[in-house]
Design a protein around this ligand. Structure first.
Ligand SMILES: [Zn+2]
Length: 250
């Protein structure tokens, strides 16, 4: 379903129904209920990019074989990102990194290492603001464009944008259209940023493994199990199951 399509259908259906019932006295109640549902649907759309409520979002890829896509948000992050890159190389795995512009500014060598390692690098905004869902189109551009410029100076052509915290709004679509980028969600949010039990986290991920799946992990700082610790256990198990860990298609 295209962005907003469900809302338009619901609004139109609600309008017809409430007008039809106006004479019975139920019309205003139906109209109020429809408005409430539309409002809740809008808020849910802001919080869950997987729904593609405001902008068409890629959440999983059509599998040709047993491909899996590991994506890491919020880096680059010094030694942790270096360790993640080292583990990926050790197991012959490729991944996608959604980096934060202002962090790239201080650690450009890590983005160069990602490129050299054959990984995909995507845009995860400049500031990673938790209020980004209140941005208008120029506001989104101020987050997207400088990050793209910096990445381009490091040899990356960013194809994907993943909004911070997964927040979207009605203006994001226009901003992405202007840059020719695709919004990327995930098929499974691992909650690694708050899970402190390594085995539990790995089991949770393994339970959701299927060809074409996109997993959201974080190599940025967070209180959960570090991505490098997860990979050290997860990668050999995924490979043993015959999965290929590939970067998002460029
Ligand atoms: Zn993030």
């Amino acid at each position: 379903m295209r962005p907003f399509e469900r809302s338009w259908r619901l609004a139109l259906g609600g309008l017809i129904l409430s007008l039809g019932l106006w004479g019975t006295g139920y019309g205003p109640w139906v109209a109020g209920l429809v408005l409430l549902v539309l409002g809740l649907d809008f808020v849910w759309g802001v919080w869950d990019p997987k729904r593609g409520y405001f902008v068409e979002t890629l959440n999983r890829l059509e599998p040709r074989g047993k491909e899996l896509y590991l994506t890491f948000d919020d880096g680059p992050n010094g030694e942790e990102t270096t360790q993640v890159l080292g583990l990926l190389e050790q197991y012959g795995a490729k991944a996608s990194f959604f980096v934060v512009g202002q962090k790239v500014k201080d650690q450009p060598e890590l983005v160069r290492a990602m490129v050299q390692g054959g990984h995909e690098v995507g845009n995860h905004s400049w500031s990673h603001s938790g209020w980004i869902n209140f941005s208008n189109a120029p506001g989104w551009q101020r987050e997207i464009a400088p990050t793209n410029q910096l990445l381009e100076s490091l040899g990356v052509v960013p194809r994907y944008f993943r909004p911070p915290v997964g927040l979207t709004n009605p203006h994001l679509g226009a901003a992405l259209e202007a840059t020719g980028m695709t919004a990327l969600g995930w098929s499974f949010r691992t909650q690694d940023w708050r899970e402190t039990n390594l085995e539990k986290l790995v089991e949770r991920i393994l339970a959701r493994v299927e060809p074409g799946a996109v997993f959201l992990l974080h190599d940025g700082p967070h209180p959960g199990v570090a991505a490098s610790k997860v990979l050290a256990v997860l990668l050999p198990r995924l490979l043993a199951q015959g999965y290929f860990l590939t970067p998002l298609p460029h």
